[in-house]
Design a protein around this ligand. Structure first.
Ligand code: I3S
Length: 128
């Protein structure tokens, strides 16, 4: 696909599998529905893809990489949120538009890395 940002392709910061649930949309609370998600942090966005493992062989086509959704990190807020779940290693991401997501991993080091990397992007955008 063609580059954007005045010809500069956004930098891929991180990608990996996390458990995800959306808990609010535009400030309105949603019913939790945890599922594994392939999460990609690129440029100013966190992009969510369907977990490849949950796809059927027939849906496994090259180029079948349409994101499920994408989150603009500008002005977003990140908080550890273990009180919002019985799961361990949970953080909450809230966008300026009032969408809220919980992200989780069983692996302590992995979730700490994600937290740090997302917070760094938010901080960078705050300084712009
Ligand atoms: O915060 P909650 O409502 O206890 O979250 C749990 C429920 O959403 C539950 O779904 P149902 O109430 O629709 O059966 C989920 O299966 C759980 O995973 C949720 O809790 P955790 O503690 O896993 O975030």
């Amino acid at each position: 696909s063609p580059p954007d940002n005045n010809g500069v392709t956004p930098e891929l910061e991180k990608a990996g599998l996390l458990n995800k649930t959306k808990i609010a949309e535009g400030g309105r609370k949603l019913r939790k529905n945890w599922s594994p998600s392939w999460v990609v942090l690129v440029g100013n966005s966190l992009v969510f893809f369907k977990d490849p493992k949950s796809q059927t062989p027939s849906s496994w086509k090259p180029g079948n990489s349409r994101p499920e959704s994408s989150v603009d990190l500008r002005g977003a807020q990140l908080h550890w949120a273990n009180e919002l779940s019985s799961k361990k290693n949970v953080f909450k991401l809230r966008t300026v538009t009032g969408n809220e997501f919980l992200l989780q991993s069983e692996t302590d080091s992995l979730i700490k890395e994600w937290y740090k990397t997302i917070q760094n992007v938010i901080d960078r955008l705050d300084r712009e």
